[in-house]
Design a protein around this ligand. Structure first.
Ligand code: 1PR
Length: 541
């Protein structure tokens, strides 16, 4: 009914739609969930966030009896907004899952990004829109970037030109926004695209209000364009000795104050800090539950609550790590890694990060000569939520050798010789927050987990952690040139120049820092401005 700000949400139950719910609520609207095909037919406005794999989504729509109602709804020019897979499903079909049919409303096929172009796949991050026609939907975006995460894309063609409102460029133009009449859909995630994304959502919900507003001024003329290098704020979270969850920060992973008390260093409250980093322009926020390896996370309700609260106000991607693995609790009840991850996704995480368990999985994989048994946490979570939802966090330690023959591991000649003048080094993976070294190197691990289905690597460095002396460029270079998935460089940032250095000298797609942001030594905006002025694309608004 008019006057009631209610939007209908088509959640077919595949994954995390908490973010879009939060974004809708943030815009002042309430949500009605689709429970039957009739709810689609009777909707005033329908939002369709696609999650998971194409084939599974089509199957699930079909099973629930929604396919026909959805097609008729859109054909009747009713108010519709599809997101990500919710846009792709409108096309004729996709090559995902070996080929599947879509809803057939827009001519064209959805295909995988071409890995041979040398760009990391999935396409993850903040990219510029190339608007093809003026529209209310995008009128408030200006030249701000929006957030994408996908491995498949639709291609603009003469047949679908009447639908294509905007494209984006990633080794060629792909369809970023479609519109015909009252049907809109975006490949990007408005609910994860910061203030720009919330503006897009508002433009859909309240076009009359938005149309009356003056167009935003272009603020970033002349800046480098295209996919931005991401700057990520990381919150290492653990319970302090009083049992309160605090953001802490170590030096080489030691988080206890050495001076008097030996207490866990306390740098603030997780939800507050996450909110602050969102306001200051972080492209993503990562929470690492650094004692997750010994506590059972589903028993760790405070961490889930942190995510629930943080995701209400943080409209950029949230990653959570620590303790993502299978577990048997005290009463003998078994939880699969997938169930653990699912609980995090439901609580507001967009990605989970796997540390120790990824090392064990890679060990098995390497021992079996590269066989994929299918049962590892990486494989299970990737299969259900997609590769883009699975980050592998590596905690490597530098090991020096005098000569490459001294180890089975692949070495590099280092510019920072070891304590005894050793000229070569490799990076040993550790588990349990650096407490135990394993016989796997960081490059081996990265390649193995890529093959197992991880979508991104969070590459820490215990030697450089907290030192503020810059990233380990040799490590980041070795790993980022060995895989085709995006690599996040982490550990050691002390100045804005350290960020430009890692992006200029390696293929890192993102850089993460903790200490300098927590201690307010370097503002996130200073990092971004420095990157832009060095010719490296960064998202500034
Ligand atoms: O093994 O799956 O339970 O995951 C444990 C997770 O917790 C891993 O991602 C691991 O990296 C993390 N972790 C475990 N112990 C610590 C610790 O510090 N004692 N923190 C820890 C990892 C490293 C970075 C840090 C950067 C940037 N922290 O996340 O934020 O080094 O810091 P800087 O900018 O201040 O140099 P599992």
């Amino acid at each position: 009914a008019s006057g009631v700000k209610e939007v209908t949400l088509l959640d077919y139950g595949a994954g995390n739609v908490r973010s879009i719910r939060n974004a809708i609520k943030h815009c002042g609207w309430t949500i009605k969930d689709v429970k039957s095909a009739a709810d689609i037919t009777s909707a005033d406005k329908l939002i369709f966030p696609g999650v998971g794999a194409f084939g599974a989504a089509m199957e699930s729509l079909e099973q629930q009896g929604y396919t026909q109602a959805l097609k008729e709804y859109i054909k009747a020019d009713r108010s519709f907004f599809g997101i990500c897979l919710g846009m792709q499903l409108l096309f004729d079909g996709s090559e995902e899952n070996g080929g599947c049919e879509g809803l057939g409303l827009i001519p064209g096929q959805v295909t995988h990004f071409d890995k041979s172009k040398g760009l990391p796949v999935p396409h993850i991050g903040w990219n510029d829109l190339i608007q093809k026609h003026p529209s209310t939907l995008l009128s408030t975006v200006g030249d701000r970037r929006v957030y994408f995460v996908h491995s498949y894309h639709a291609t603009p063609s003469p047949e679908n030109a009447e639908w294509v409102l905007a494209t984006a460029d990633y080794g060629g133009e792909f369809v970023a926004v479609v519109q015909r009449g009252n049907a809109y859909a975006t490949q990007f995630h408005p609910e994860k695209s910061g203030a720009a994304g919330l503006d897009v959502l508002r433009s859909f919900l309240e076009p009359e209000v938005v149309a009356a507003r003056p167009a935003p001024e272009a603020t970033s003329n002349g800046r480098p364009r295209g996919l931005a290098k991401r700057v990520i704020a990381c919150l290492d979270v653990r319970a302090n000795d009083n049992g309160d969850l605090v953001v802490t920060k170590g030096d080489q992973y030691d988080v206890r104050e050495t001076a008097s008390t030996g207490e866990v260093r306390n740098l603030g409250k997780p939800v507050e800090l996450a909110g602050r980093y969102f306001d200051e322009g972080a492209d993503e926020v990562t929470f690492l539950n650094i004692t997750g390896f010994r506590d059972f996370p589903l028993g760790d309700l405070p961490m889930l609550e942190v995510l629930r609260q943080a995701s209400k106000g943080v409209f950029v991607p949230l990653t959570v790590g620590g303790g993502i693995r299978e577990f048997t609790d005290g009463s003998g009840k078994h939880y699969s890694a997938l169930q653990v991850a699912a609980e995090y996704f439901r609580s507001g995480a967009d990605k989970v990060s796997i540390g120790s368990d990824a090392v064990y999985a890679a060990e098995e994989y390497l021992a079996s000569g590269g066989k994929k048994a299918g049962g590892t946490a990486i494989e299970q979570i990737s299969r259900v939520y997609g590769a883009q939802a699975v980050v592998v966090s590596i905690d490597p330690l530098r090991v020096y050798v005098a000569a490459p023959e001294d180890t089975e591991h692949l070495t590099v000649k280092t510019s920072k010789p070891g304590p005894n003048g050793e000229q070569y080094c490799w990076w040993q993976c550790t588990v349990m927050g650096g407490r135990e070294g394993r016989d796997v190197d960081a490059v081996q691990l990265a390649k193995a987990v890529e093959d197992l289905g991880a979508g991104e690597i969070l590459l820490n460095c215990i030697d450089n952690d907290g030192a503020g002396q810059g990233f380990d460029i040799e490590l980041v270079d070795a790993v980022s040139s060995a895989v085709t998935i995006p690599v996040i460089a982490s550990s050691g940032a002390g100045t804005p120049e350290h960020f430009s250095e890692v992006f200029q000298k390696t293929k890192a797609a993102a850089a993460l820092a903790a200490g300098i942001f927590h201690r307010r030594e370097v503002p996130i905006t200073a990092v971004k401005e420095h990157l832009n002025s060095s010719g490296i694309p960064a998202r500034t608004a």
